[in-house]
Design a protein around this ligand. Sequence first.
Ligand code: CP
Length: 331
Amino acid sequence: MRHLLSTRDLSRRDAIRILDVAEEMSAVGEREIKKLPALRGRTVVNLFFEDSTRTRISFEAAAKRLSADVITFAVKGSSVSKGESLKDTAQTLEAMSADAVVIRHWASGAPARLATSDWIDAAVINAGDGMHEHPTQALLDAFTLRRHWAKVSGVPSVGSDLAGMAVTIVGDVLHSRVARSNLWLLETLGASVTLVAPPTLVPVGAERWPCRITYDLDEALAAGPDAVMMLRLQAERMNAAFFPSTREYSRRWGFDDARLAALDTHGLDHTVIMHPGPMNRGLEISAAAADSPRSTVLAQVRNGVSVRMAALYLLLSGDDHQSPTTESTQE
Ligand code: CP
């Protein structure tokens, strides 16, 4: 793996390898293993053209737990405001010896442009590009789902895919890079996917995607999903003609208290509720659902650090076979 741009590029073997390395990484940061020296002397640049809390901070934590140096670049306050291009910005950062560039950009395709240009030699990781993809989010979601599925099915996580699992993705699919990355990865890992969205928030061409599409959330919940992944309603990417109203959206496509109770009515004791964050509480998800024992929201954030450590390790160590946490490499 040279870059991580899209979950569409990942084979089943690649995806399981990343999730398995992330399982090993999940012990790092705890009392026994504070840090690994695996990326000592390497530099990771976080290049964020859009706001972020979880992704930016967890890439920073991941790089530091692998002993890499981290440079975080926020567009606000940078020379981008003076018109500096992506090429010049990236080359400036590479001149400071970047080995990996983690990029979030409002333009779909910006990470691929960087990776396929001859502007820089660094490995490129897509940390979310426009409405296109957010591959590390999908990987951390798959990691969370795999751990959950191991508890439900009794099959150990490590080495496994998600065959037999039913995942329902709900909400603003049109604007969601999280939905797209999850869809491709869940298909690769053998899960079955149902998308639930208002008709106006289903992308043109989605009928050719490897999933079932419905507009009826209650019908989708009655079908008994193992996980329900709520998406953020992305008001910042919508125009004034947006339909439905937020009130109607919440009533028909929000995971509210009644739908939380309906999981019990349907006997779905094991079903988890996911959200990539940030959440619009009271809109796509109620506070009771977000804070319930079924919610994996904070587990997803925690797992994000392990998954991003695995991605950085596999891209930068050139070591696709060894265990990253063998005794001799721990600090
Ligand atoms: N889930 C996610 O990408 O969150 P941030 O925008 O806070 O990084």
